[in-house]
Write a protein of this length. Structure first.
Length: 446
């Protein structure tokens, strides 16, 4: 328990006038609790919707916004832990109490300042002495302390070791770094670093990708000139790496079968060989329009977009050298970026996604040319959405085979992520989102 508490309790900052004001009666608390109430409503806004609400809140000044945002997302990341503490202390689990307790844990504010019990001043001692978590931690305790739905912990427990499980669970609720992918078609990592540092942005090199930069803090990069000019995109490093698995070929077509808003198409576009082309397709017109804006901003070349509502793909069966299936999934590996979704997702969605993934794999395979490759990717850590889907596909499709990611990434770059032939990333090991990817090769015509 002691080790898990180190992972889930926030590093405390010194109490400040602004932090105290955020939990005291007034406009700060009113705004924060209002946003939190909407986020906790099962029918409330999604993560993207919540971000829009935050940006639209005009009463927040530039110095006040970080305090409200940090506290809001702190509650969403630690919701089960906060609720447990309130219940153990016989305090009602209201939105206001959740908000105030998060401020107490994140800042050295005396709980009495907000009318909360003094025992909250030392959260670690309170939890350790409560008797609620005596002995070895069971799955329910891990779920509570790491603030994950119990069913997700139960699914992970079927495939991960008892030693790794608490670390994985805790990592899925931690705050992620902001990572940029440098648009090498317009600039370099060195040149972009110089530009952004000139704007006061603190940067570090990527851990795994040469084209990645890590950002310290949360500056307003979307409002920067560099972003408007398409010099970078926001993209997790594991997502950047799985984009490299596509390895487009000279003169060949890459079909991004579930393109969404085009994040991986953008990454692939930066590495297109001569006469290579990208066709990005998705059933959601809004996502396709967003992809269009991003591709145009990036100055990408030789791309085409297609919305499935407009009819069949403008591509002959068996004509794509590479087909990328970034499959719809439960998104469990990316919950760090989607703390609202964490509390909305239900176990029955897993069964739905598994069936859907198998159908998409079968459909996408029709477009792969003989000897071409199908790259299957999810941002879920569950075997049911990854290994089991690939194994089922290979059983149904004699002649297809899987190759190791090492054949594409090379020995050095693939080694940290290899799980058999597959790519697997974990937040607690790699400081990235959790991704799984496999490369399938179509049979050649005899």
């Amino acid at each position: 328990m002691h080790a898990l508490l180190d992972l889930v309790l926030p590093t405390q900052k010194e109490a400040s006038r602004r932090a105290i004001a955020a939990g005291s009666p007034g406009v700060f608390r009113e705004m924060g609790c209002g946003l939190l109430g909407k986020a906790l409503d099962p029918k409330g806004p999604t993560d993207k919707g919540l971000n829009r609400l935050i940006r639209a809140e005009r009463r927040l000044g530039s110095k006040d916004r970080p305090m409200v945002v940090d506290t809001l997302y702190g509650v969403l990341r630690r919701k089960s832990l906060l609720e447990c503490m309130l219940k153990l202390a016989h305090v009602d689990c209201t939105v206001q109490h959740l908000w105030q307790l998060e401020l107490v844990l994140s800042h050295r504010i005396p709980p009495e300042q907000f009318g909360l019990p003094q025992i909250f001043s030392d959260a670690r001692s309170f939890l350790e002495s409560s008797g609620r978590f005596a002995g070895d931690l069971d799955l329910s305790a891990i779920a509570t302390l790491s603030s994950l739905p119990l069913w997700i912990v139960e699914e992970l427990a079927q495939q991960e070791s008892l030693e790794e499980l608490p670390k994985i669970a805790a990592s899925l609720s931690q705050q992620p770094e902001t990572t940029l992918r440098v648009n090498i078609g317009k600039t370099s990592a060195e040149a972009l670093s110089e530009v952004l540092r000139g704007d006061g942005v603190e940067l570090e090199s990527g851990r795994h990708c040469l084209d990645a930069l890590r950002v310290r803090g949360r500056p307003n990069l979307r409002g920067s000139k560099a972003f408007r000019e398409g010099l970078f995109e926001f993209q997790d490093e594991a997502s950047q790496l799985v984009s490299l698995l596509v390895e487009p070929v000279r003169g060949g077509t890459v079909l991004d079968y579930c393109a969404g808003s085009g994040g991986k198409s953008l990454a692939i576009a930066g590495h297109l060989p001569r006469r290579g082309r990208i066709l990005a397709a998705d059933p959601r017109r809004r996502a396709i329009e967003e992809a269009r804006k991003r591709l145009e901003r990036a100055g990408a070349k030789r791309w085409r977009l297609h919305c499935y509502e407009d009819g069949p793909l403008p591509l002959a069966h068996g004509s794509a050298a590479r087909v990328l299936v970034d499959a719809p999934c439960t998104g469990i590996g990316s919950l760090r970026h989607h703390p609202v979704r964490k509390w909305r997702i239900q176990r029955d969605e897993l069964d739905f996604q598994v069936q859907r993934q198998s159908e998409i794999l079968r459909e996408a395979a029709q477009w792969v040319s003989p000897g071409g490759r199908l790259i299957y990717v999810t941002c879920s850590l569950l075997r049911a959405e990854n290994e089991e889907r690939l194994e089922s596909f290979l059983t149904e499709h004699p002649g297809w085979r899987m190759i190791s990611i090492r054949e594409v990434l090379g020995r050095t770059r693939s080694r940290p992520f290899e799980r058999g032939a597959l790519f697997r990333s974990y937040p607690h090991r790699h400081a990235t989102d959790g991704f799984v990817a496999g490369i399938l090769v179509a049979p050649r015509v005899v």
